[in-house]
Design a binder for this molecule. Structure first.
Ligand code: SF4
Ligand code: SF4
Ligand code: FES
Length: 392
């Protein structure tokens, strides 16, 4: 048994007062969870402390919360580990090395109903419904179930592991800036159906998500959702898969997200590193310095992006003006440029996903199946709830 102090952000709407912090002393074995600590405080000190939970085993997705600023599940976080993290964070900023309080808050990016209970409907479930989370097959329904080869489902097992806890939504930085962003959980769910061989509306789904200004190109690759997800869904990876598939389907998005992404890929292939002087032109009017003429839209986009580019130079985010002049960009030393080209060639020849965030090699489904079936990767296996959802 060890003693801990948990500091909980309370909000009691019936009191009419603003949110406040309250500390509780709890006594638990370090291997028990933060949720156990909260339930002990509720039991011993204040029965009005509101926390949502059910399974207490990281299955139902009810107990999403922020612990020491990190979104996750209360029932999956051991209180001993939470204490270690609280001490580490405090000592990193010059505080005491031990005995710090464990800070517990409701999830972010959603309205708080009471204490640690948030309104999942307005920010999570509404967005999940936005992506049409059911199969849309065409043609006559088979007499019995749709039969698919296990290999063809491998690509989506990771997204099927989602338990809808909302931890990724809570931690999403893009959603903080743009509450209309469809968000990591809903986009991971979208990939679950885009990648399903039984679904017949892949192109429509991708077009919808690419054309939405708050869709797949609204993600800023901050990795927060990957860190927060308790089930290894890695929502950002699923968003990158959606983007790749949209590109493969030749979907032109009005946000120029795909062409901007391709600009990075093409410039680095040619120059080895990012030549920012070419970024605007390659994003909106590839080939303008060669034979092709820019379209009216490309010219409009380039002119419209100039204030952003100037702001980037002023704040130091982009390189200084002289270095932005085409031709001034330095080439990589020695044979490094050839090595970059060799990486591209290898990726093309081996059909690898050329994306930093997506691991794996396409075209080897058997190896992928074996890897996903390893006991260590059991989180990727579909749960009962996923199977139900996959049936429609
Ligand atoms: S990677 Fe994208 S979806 Fe994930 S938290 Fe960051 S901005 Fe949100
Ligand atoms: S993707 Fe992960 S963090 Fe997001 S809702 Fe699903 S299980 Fe929770
Ligand atoms: S109580 Fe079910 S996931 Fe935590």
């Amino acid at each position: 048994m060890a003693e801990y102090t948990i500091k909980v952000r309370r909000y009691q709407p019936e009191s009419g007062e603003a949110a406040y912090w309250e500390e509780f002393g709890v006594e638990l074995d370090p291997s028990l969870s933060v949720l156990d600590g909260l339930l002990q405080a509720k039991d011993r000190d204040d029965g009005s402390l509101a926390v949502r939970c059910s399974c207490r085993a990281a299955i139902c997705g009810s107990c999403g919360m922020k612990i020491n600023g990190q979104s996750g599940l209360g029932c999956q976080t051991q209180i001993g580990e939470a204490q270690e993290r609280a001490d580490k964070v405090a000592s990193a900023v010059g505080g005491a090395a031990e005995g710090n309080v464990i800070v517990i808050e409701p999830m972010g990016n959603m309205p708080v109903i009471k204490d640690l209970v948030t309104d999942m409907e307005s920010t999570h479930w509404t967005k999940i419904r936005r992506v049409t989370p059911w199969l849309l097959p065409h043609g006559e329904a088979p007499e019995r179930e749709y039969i698919v080869e296990p290999e063809s489902m491998v690509d989506i097992t990771q997204s099927m592991a989602c338990i809808q806890c909302g931890a990724c939504v809570s931690s999403c930085l893009s959603m903080e800036a743009d509450p209309l962003f469809i968000g990591p959980a809903a986009l991971a769910k979208a990939y679950r159906f885009v990648g399903d061989p039984r679904d017949a509306e892949t192109s429509e789904r991708l077009t919808d998500l690419a054309h939405d200004p708050h869709g797949i190109y609204d993600c800023t690759h901050c990795f927060s959702c990957v860190d927060a997800c308790p089930k290894g869904v890695a929502p950002m990876d699923q968003i990158m898969r959606l983007r790749r598939k949209a590109g493969e389907n030749g979907i032109e998005d009005p946000n120029s997200g795909h062409s901007h992404e391709m600009a990075f890929v093409n410039i680095i292939e040619k120059k080895g590193t990012l030549d920012e002087s070419l970024l605007l032109q390659e994003s909106f009017a590839p080939g303008v310095l060669g034979k092709l003429m820019p379209t009216k839209r490309a010219l409009k986009e380039m002119i419209g992006s100039l204030p952003t580019a100037i702001r980037g130079i002023k704040t130091g985010k982009m390189r200084s003006l002289p270095k932005l002049i085409p031709g001034v960009h330095h080439k990589l030393p020695g044979g490094a440029q050839d090595e970059v080209k060799a990486i591209y060639k290898h990726a093309e020849e081996h059909n690898e996903e050329f994306n930093l965030y997506i691991k794996g090699e396409e075209g080897d489904p058997e190896a992928a199946v074996e890897e996903r079936l390893e006991p260590d990767n059991a989180d990727y296996l579909p749960t009962g709830a996923d199977k139900e959802a996959s049936n429609g």
